[in-house]
Design a protein around this ligand. Sequence first.
Ligand SMILES: [Zn+2]
Length: 275
Amino acid sequence: MEGARFVEVVANRGDLRWPLPKDFVQRLKGQTVSGLGRRAKYLLADLSSGDVLVMHLGMSGSFRIERDEGGAAPGAYYHERSKNTAHDHVVFRMSSGATIRFNDPRRFGSMKLVARAKIDEEPLLHALGPEPLGNEFDAAMLAAACAGKKTSLKAALLDQRVVAGLGNIYVCEALFRAKLSPKRRASTIADRHGKPNDRAEALVPAIKAVLEAAIKAGGSSLRDHRRTDGSLGDFQHTFLVYDREGQPCPAGCKGTVKRIVQAGRSTFYCPSCQK
Ligand SMILES: [Zn+2]
């Protein structure tokens, strides 16, 4: 997409998590993508018009990229990789020859156009906490965000205002690596003055390590996630506790991985070594 122009935009269904803007197709067609970025779980494409195309995969959304190799005429697509093209809700045909399909069976995904000049005021983005892999995210920042919080540490880490873009699987895995109980009060990673203690110092590198490992493995293919070429991510093979209820603790503490539900989401942890 980067450097390429939208030659054709097809919006098969506008009723995604929220409706596509009425002028969605007109505002994209003919525009060039000047840059691609990401903020939390939002994908951002800067356009030559000054708009930003904001995209979110939701629960089951994916992008599939098909290249116009073999000299196929525009429009002559091949579908052998896609299971169900009925869920291809938005299709971009780019001047680079690539066709990009947004497929989302459950339609929790979404797209929105926001003026770049107003992106800081965008409600979806403005309350987001720091990027977990950024330099500014450190023990001091995390401790300050959790200080005084009476919620569980698990719930605090899932709160996008505390740290952006961290999902359920990665919170479970990071807490296991840091040997911290998901049930512990969030405020206990800070001292009385909101300064980080040893727990915060252990947690931040654990979060970064889990995310870096997951990115390297191409993400986690638990249900619907696919890489853009349609292949599966591999990180689920390296889960230490997630989805491993009843299995021996991989830290070798002789404990057993347990599943509990916190705020409607499954938490997997080892009650023996996560304190
Ligand atoms: Zn254990």
